[in-house]
Design a protein. Structure first.
Length: 341
């Protein structure tokens, strides 16, 4: 049984065989899975196999092409630049492109990677390039003895794990935003602008990448492959509804962050206006000094009180008087503006 996120020589991270409603039997290596894959290709009563591979391994894709019958669209999807989450039908197979947070997720908008899934009646292949949380939760659940009745039930379990992981992220982000909002209410907002912007970028990116395309999913569920049962379709519908609820919470959280950023912006603008006003007041108060000093600094004939022994004190008294008058008028004007209507 594979215990870590390492891979064998063919890029297999882990593998399980599910049959007869029993817990999954671990497949240690890709070579151990080969005989079982050949048997399942010719039989219909031996359950299904789940193979989870690491596409960063140089031999993984070559092994899949040589020993599995996955549709070509699966390999094309792994090379496609589009990363939008979707579930589509390709003949008698279901193809899913799912975005998930990486295993060492640190609430950064870049900590998202892609999982490619191909679901057939007897075989499920999941492939990734970076360790991901949701598929690891599925692996741990299977190792703990959880029973999966069909290959579609594994896809449904993976979707629910992803919704749970997304809900956990939203819950922790909400707790952090609650703390920031408490600081905002008491006026400590300057230090949180960058963190709020980062959280908003994270929510926008997760919503854009992790939300399955509704049209593609509904189109697939309206015309599923013939081997997909009605119960499986109902379970996928339920998983889609759980995703919709989580995405609704995420959208509400984005609006809340936007409102907080707007309020912080308004407070910063108000503080800037107050600082600019105080600078204007100081400039106006210094105006008499500047005018008088400029007048006496011209050093031309006819300067008043030049011959008087009390000229300095007379001009000083004049400057003080003008400054007090301007300050009094300014103070009354400020009080008039602050009074309620």
């Amino acid at each position: 049984m594979i215990q870590s996120y390492g891979a064998d020589d063919d890029g297999l991270i882990c593998g399980f065989h599910f049959a007869d409603g029993r817990t999954g039997h671990a497949l240690s290596t890709a070579s151990e899975a080969l005989p079982l894959l050949r048997i399942l290709a010719d039989s219909s009563g031996l359950g299904f196999v789940w193979l989870h591979v690491n596409l960063s391994h140089v031999g993984a894709q070559r092994w899949l092409r040589n020993f599995t019958q996955l549709p070509e669209s699966f390999y094309e999807a792994t090379l496609d630049g589009s990363r939008s989450s979707r579930i589509e039908r390709d003949e008698e197979a279901l193809l899913a492109v799912m975005n998930d947070v990486v295993f060492d997720f640190d609430y950064d908008a870049g900590d998202v990677s892609t999982l490619w899934v191909c679901v057939q009646p007897r075989l499920v292949v999941t492939a990734r390039r970076h360790p991901l949380r949701s598929v690891d939760r599925l692996r741990v659940a299977v190792k703990s003895g959880e029973v999966l009745e069909s290959s579609v039930s594994l896809l449904d379990h993976l979707l629910r794990d992803q919704a749970d992981e997304l809900q956990r992220i939203v819950r922790r982000a909400t707790d952090r935003i609650d703390a920031i909002e408490d600081d905002l209410l008491v006026g400590r907002h300057q230090t949180h602008i960058g963190e709020l912007a980062r959280l908003r970028r994270l929510m926008v990116r997760l919503q854009r990448l992790l939300a399955p395309e509704p049209s593609a999913l509904l189109r697939t569920l309206s015309r599923p492959p013939h081997w997909v049962t009605a119960d499986d379709v109902q379970h996928l519908h339920r998983s889609h509804e759980e995703f919709a609820l989580v995405l609704r919470d995420m959208a509400a959280l984005q609006e809340r962050i936007k409102s907080m950023l707007d309020e912080i912006g308004a407070r910063v603008a108000q503080e800037n206006n107050r600082s600019l006003f105080m600078l204007t007041v100081v400039t106006v108060l210094a105006l008499p000094i500047n005018l008088v000093s400029g007048l006496f600094g011209m050093n031309v004939g006819g300067v008043p009180l030049r011959e008087s022994g009390h000229g300095f004190w007379v001009m000083l008294g004049l400057i003080v008087t003008l400054t007090v008058v301007i300050a009094t008028l300014g103070w009354r004007w400020i009080k008039g503006r602050n009074q309620p209507d």
